[in-house]
Design a protein around this ligand. Structure first.
Ligand SMILES: C[S@@+](CC[C@H](N)C(=O)[O-])C[C@H]1O[C@@H](n2cnc3c(N)ncnc32)[C@H](O)[C@@H]1O
Length: 230
């Protein structure tokens, strides 16, 4: 058995893993297709993809995976890693992948932090965090995915010039995220004016949450990891 993490509170994965009972087909796909497409944290991520893949992107909390599937289908030279602990979300993406197969997707049914912490430096070409759980109560803000320590990790694993994309409709998560991203020396906001964060870029399809559960106007943030090479 593996050792418990020294900081047990930080290690806690918030949110649901279990939801409604999976159908027989979904349960079967978790046994078969998830096994074939499983991402194993650690080492050079490129090694877990076919050699047609030249760059790796990561989406944390992909929900039902529509955005991830679209990105993979539109960028055949990119390997997409997706992390999602919610079983039903994973089952929905697996169903979509059975219908429209893509061998450039690797999936992790667990906490995205475990993937990021195990990635080598400068190994990711893009990172997506779309409509993360808002944790609106002040005492729960520490459960939000986007923390300063997480930005340090992301600055480490993103290549210079790589993009970090973040979306939220939550009026308190938006300033929370912006405050941290703008204070971080390694990230630079690409926006020139309000239309840049109010309108969804053409290469950024809506997620299931955005289509079905949105509570306020969505904001789309695009930051780049600064390139400090002389
Ligand atoms: C509000 S939902 C949004 C899902 C999807 N991005 C969308 O826009 O439809 C947030 C998702 O993040 C997932 N999540 C929460 N914490 C996570 C973590 N540490 N690692 C990976 N996924 C996480 C949840 O299971 C949930 O499916």
């Amino acid at each position: 058995m593996s050792e418990p993490h020294p900081d047990r509170n930080r290690r806690k994965l918030y949110g649901r893993r279990k939801g409604p009972k999976l159908s027989q087909r979904q349960a079967g796909l978790r046994r078969t297709l998830l096994g074939e497409l499983a991402y194993v944290p650690g080492g050079d991520p490129l090694e877990q993809f076919p050699n047609t893949v030249k760059e790796v992107w990561l989406e944390v909390g992909f929900g039902a995976g529509e955005h991830l599937h679209w990105q993979a289908a539109h960028h055949p030279q990119v390997g997409l890693i997706g992390a999602e602990p919610y079983e039903m979300g994973m089952a929905k993406l697996l169903t979509k992948l059975e219908e429209s197969p893509l061998n450039s997707v690797r999936l992790y049914e667990g906490d995205g932090r475990e993937i990021i912490e195990a990635l080598p430096d400068a190994s990711l070409g893009r990172f997506f965090l779309l409509f993360p759980d808002p944790w609106p109560k002040t005492r729960h803000h520490k459960r939000r995915f986007l923390q300063m320590e997480m930005l340090d990790q992301l600055a480490r694993v993103l290549k210079p010039g790589a993009e970090l994309r973040f979306a939220t409709d939550d009026k308190s998560y938006l300033p929370y995220a912006l405050e941290r991203l703008m204070a971080h020396p390694e990230f630079h906001w690409l926006a020139q004016g309000p239309t840049d964060w109010r309108s969804r870029p053409a290469d950024w399809p809506p997620t299931r949450y955005e289509t079905k559960a949105i509570k306020g106007p969505p904001c789309f943030l695009r930051f780049v990891r600064r390139d400090r090479t002389p």
